[in-house]
Design a protein around this ligand. Sequence first.
Ligand code: SF4
Ligand code: SF4
Length: 360
Amino acid sequence: MTAPGPPIGILAELTHRCPLQCPYCSNPVELLKANRELSTETWIDILNQAADLGVLQVHLSGGEPTLRQDLEQLVSALSSRSVYTNLITAGINLSKARIQALKDAGLDHVQLSIQGATPEVTELIGKHKKGFAQKMQTAEHVRACGLPLTVNAPIHRHNIHQVADFIELALALDADRLEIANVQYYGWAYLNRAALLPALEDVERQVEIVEKARDRLKGILNFDFVTPDYYADYPKPCMGGWAKDAFVIVPDGTVLPCHAAQTISGLSFENAAETPLTEIWETSPTFEKYRGFDWMSETCKSCPRKELDHGGCRCQAFAVTGDAAETDPACILSPHHDKLRNVAVTASAEAPDDFSYRRL
Ligand code: SF4
Ligand code: SF4
């Protein structure tokens, strides 16, 4: 096996603590408590190892990463190595002084998640009173500090009718980019799948709105559109391919090829506090398992799209078929494709809306 090229990016989940309780949170269902988090020194050592490895950008995420009081130190450590830093935040209790301090430490970009385009929907999803007003204020502070802003809107049945409002909101907040991200169904979202899946006609309306806005707002607002797998014909290139360009480090230092990889049973994971990051990236059996094309089923191996989508998502393949090496069922060529579509059609017709909110 030839050594892989250097990774481009890391998602550093600094903590699982969060003031919100979104029922689609990408954190695992078994959240890590604060006493499992790495120390400042260990994180700085790992981030320096990442820079040595050639990583160009680190997405500082959580939970809510600003709950780490040492965030400025981590940003500064990365900035001193010329690594681009992106803060992914829910924007609760974030003062202008804190944002300025992060900028002074070298922060390059802020990505603010907004759960609904109105206070009611934001509070229904995040379960935090006055969350919307605080987010609006955070966006204002970010722009006043001169930092670029991306608005991240995770989309599901309860806010898919607000896509046009999200676009207006992003413009009003002077955002550079709007990420319309249809929820991916693993972890908490898988648990809440029946209460979150939208109906096909709403998805189609959404696609039309985003495509028109993309044309209309060229040069004004950039769009990232993460389309919904359950109504797709082909899967997305999850993580740009397993262990190809990026990886994830969770609060206790465990290193994952993607944020949901722990949902695949039978895999074991190294910890960056114990094993050098280069060794994990280059030789981890779990990273090697689905890297490249050798592991693929015949359907994917012989398919001309394999370089585009790398066979889709291993976690979704495992969740739906029980075999992580299967073709992602979001693909029309998968024998399980209809199963995925039927789940969406049934759930959206029955429309249950009881959530299991994300909590420890
Ligand atoms: S998805 Fe919601 S609950 Fe999960 S980390 Fe983000 S803001 Fe917190
Ligand atoms: S068969 Fe595999 S490689 Fe081809 S489009 Fe489907 S998931 Fe992608």
